[in-house]
Design a protein around this ligand. Structure first.
Ligand code: AMP
Length: 489
């Protein structure tokens, strides 16, 4: 954000869009909006380096709506195409689009895997102006002759680095080859490594580069903590519970590296009285959608997930991200942690580190340019209640116990323990009886020093300024977090 306050009125948007933006509660454009909207309205190609949470969806959706509202859709020939790496992100973009499209009549279709083909074909039959799609399903529809791409005037490639990680680049390249050469392309990525730049060179013509977060930066307001824990899965799970018990967890994501560990951890947490659900790519799409909606609404407090939830999702009010496993790709750390501390709020990022994770921890420290000290588990309060005996997990081998277990400490207000809803239990699971005084968490108050850079908090030094929403702090963020509006096309 510049010193002079720029308002939405200064960006060249139509009165209808200004009204929709006002109705959405936005009072000021975010830095990415301020920089991108005028360029997109001018018809420029854009290379945007911005994380989700910076307002980038509106940065491309708002000008696209204004540009498209000046023409009309042709049969089966959408005029704008937004490519998203994940189904969840596509749905989220669609929800945003619906909000901004309130006073226009542009049609949209969301084409994502795992959802009904006939429904999507019906949406295509209405000749939508905009298609929001994951690459595989779009190609599928194209091959069935359900959509033609020769009328696309604006292409958005969102989360390009995630596309790369997920192996979608061949599909994206194929799609781009099906589009007219004369078009406007908006390319967004949270990071701009060499490969991403090479892709941008291939897809964009003389782009303007707009950056609101230096590559691989993390949001301000996130406190990073690493805790040394044993390798043995059962003990590692116990360590996680201990850490959680000492935290004021309002809403948390718990990341595992392997899908097979997600259900094990989720079941274990539930057996110990933590209200937890799971989210990963092997779930049916409707379950993914429902689970995510329940998490966003606050019906689920703890979501054990794979990296599918780590990228691109705009989930408000995530107080904690727990890395049950250190991600073995440092950029994944940035994306996982990007779920908390969003849009100016504070967040806690807590990573369990075993003796085998040293090289990954080093890679993370290098990437985020913050040296996060590894604390012993013993630093954390020791009053966890007696755990319920866990069933042995067939897949788990007995591993030697690590003696490195220590804790982090933090003032405990409420934890998520014992807050399971009855409907989730159905009486089928054994839940340990607890009393309010017996939930075991009586950790100490966090040290003040924990909030300095040297103690793990990513703050903006002179050279590595971390921006997020920049100095811009919209009024609505001072209000309590509200569930997002639902509704999709
Ligand atoms: P995004 O980065 O597009 O996922 O947006 C993150 C969140 O910021 C979404 O919940 C948007 O509704 C919200 N948002 C986008 N632009 C603004 C703005 N100018 N003022 C306030 N909130 C915004």
């Amino acid at each position: 954000m510049t010193e002079d306050t720029i308002s939405f009125d200064d960006l060249g948007l139509s009165p209808e869009l200004l009204k929709a933006v006002g109705d959405a509660g936005y009072t000021q454009p975010t830095p990415i909006q301020e920089k991108s909207i005028p360029l997109v309205l001018m018809g420029r190609d854009l290379l945007g380096c911005a994380q989700t949470g910076t307002g980038k969806t509106a940065a491309f959706s708002l000008p696209i709506i204004d540009i498209l509202s000046q023409g009309r859709a042709r049969a089966r020939m959408p005029r704008a195409l937004v490519l998203s790496p994940t189904r969840e992100l596509a749905q989220q973009i669609s929800e945003n689009f619906t909000t901004y499209n309130k006073f226009h009549e542009l049609g949209q279709a969301v084409l994502i895997g795992g959802e009904s083909m006939p429904d999507q074909q019906r949406a295509l039959a209405k000749d939508p102006d905009v298609i929001i799609a994951t690459p595989g399903r779009l190609i599928d529809m194209f091959e069935r002759g359900k959509v033609m791409l020769g009328g696309v005037k604006i292409l958005v490639i969102d989360e390009a680095d995630r596309m790369l990680d997920m192996g979608f680049i061949p599909d994206v390249t194929r799609i781009v080859e099906l589009l007219p050469r004369i078009r406007q392309t908006l390319f967004f990525s949270a990071t701009l490594g060499k490969e991403i730049r090479a892709l941008a060179d291939a897809f964009l013509i003389n782009p303007k580069e707009v950056s609101v977060a230096p590559p691989a930066s993390i949001a301000q307001g996130v406190t990073h903590t690493m805790i040394s824990v044993p390798k043995l899965p059962k003990e590692k799970r116990a360590a996680l519970r201990k850490v959680m018990a000492g935290e004021d967890v309002q809403s948390a994501l718990v990341f595992c590296n392997r899908k097979k560990d997600i259900s094990v951890l989720r079941n274990s947490l539930r057996r110990h009285g933590f209200e937890a659900e799971e989210l990963h790519g092997d779930m049916a799409q409707h379950r993914r959608t429902e689970t995510l909606a329940a998490y966003k609404n606050g019906d689920i407090k703890l979501l054990v997930c794979s990296d599918v939830a780590g990228r691109g999702l705009d989930i408000q009010g995530v107080s904690h991200v727990f890395n049950f496993d250190v991600p073995n790709n440092a950029e994944s750390y940035v994306h996982r942690i990007g779920r908390t501390g969003r849009a100016g709020r504070e967040g806690r990022a807590i990573t369990l580190v075993t003796s085998e994770d040293a090289k990954y921890v080093d890679a993370i420290a290098k990437l985020i340019r913050v040296n996060v000290p590894i604390r012993p588990l013993s630093d954390i309060g020791n009053q966890e209640p007696e755990p319920v005996e866990e069933r042995p997990q067939a897949a788990e081998k007995s591993e030697p116990k690590s003696d490195a277990i220590v804790h982090e400490k933090k003032e405990s207000r409420h934890s998520t323990r014992g807050r399971r809803s009855e409907s989730k239990n159905n009486g089928s699971e054994k839940i340990p009886a607890r009393t309010s005084s017996g939930n075991g968490a009586r950790p100490n108050r966090a040290r003040d020093s924990e909030r300095s850079v040297g103690n793990g908090r990513a703050t903006s030094g002179d050279s590595d300024k971390v921006i997020g929403m920049g100095d811009h702090f919209p009024d609505f963020l001072r209000e309590p977090s509200r569930p997002k509006r639902g509704g999709k096309s």
